[in-house]
Design a binder for this molecule. Sequence first.
Ligand SMILES: [Fe+2]
Length: 369
Amino acid sequence: MSDIFPVNGMDAVVFAVGNAKQAAHYYSSAFGMRLVAYRGPENGSREEVAYVLTSGSARFEFRGAVRPGTGVARHVAEHGDGVIDLAIEVPDVEAAYHGAVSRGATGLVEPHTVEDDHGKVVLAAIATYGETRHTLVDRSNYSGPYLPGYAAAEPIVPAPEVKNGRVFQAVDHCVGNVELGKMDEWVDFYGRIMGFTNMAEFIGDDIATEYSALMSKVVADGSRKVKFPLNEPAISKKKSQIDEYLEFYGGPGVQHIALATNDILAAVDYMREAGVKFLDTPDSYYDDPELRARIGQVRAPIEELKKRKILVDRDEDGYLLQIFTKPVQDRPTVFFELIERHGSLGFGKGNFKALFEAIEREQDLRGNL
Ligand SMILES: [Fe+2]
């Protein structure tokens, strides 16, 4: 079957934030990212500033409002800091956009070309869950630092002292939270609009009853370069972590961004030293003989993982190491995951119980359980 929506990969994760200048500093100093481009009143952007940071192939853009009444200001007032755009790089924006709209997607921005001395970029945008969008980007004829209208910028802090100067190398997956009963609608959306297919991992009843309940399915493009897990709340004894998100974000939106790292131990050490708070995992997780038997041999001694609270999961393809931050803004909404894959294509299903218990402890502290 021919691919109805070819993609090259994630292009950028775009955040609307209350203070982009300070966000740029936080992601530089705490996540080891490098400022590469800037747009603001100094170069013709009268209402918004934007800071573009990279780490390997991962690119984040932080947008902030310079004056009241702008789109970014309204978004932040309503949702707090959050993700407004999961931009996808595609080989043909015209075809991707018109194909998507003909299959039922809501078009937000028609295909158009922007250019400067560095070349041309083709852009368009379609809507997804909540107020989130997918900008479609073809930058194959562009050599500038980000997009026309953005000036090159110098790093804010020196490169982190880790191997190759990067704490993480890529965006692994981007997770959306949607309302009760809507998960399958959005799984169907990505199937119908983009030809994305379900990945095997599915979280259902086994998670739904005892712990901070959710249902989860993962859709991905054929090359597995773009992976979008989708969560919805499930009925349980306690208030779902997804319900907490939906209440405090004010609707559906991006829950977490997973960052692929080739050295999760060094990444955690760096980020923790810089003040990033991670979810706690009880020592009993590591002392459980069942876990030790299940995970077998991994590349680091389990004592080193235990020291850093890094979780392990194994499936038929291999294993993965992962850890989750606490929410990174005032509202209990968006957080990050670090993931180091060794063959496994999964998302850490074996860790959901330990993970959800940790999340529940945090929810309880916030009075939201
Ligand atoms: Fe994840």
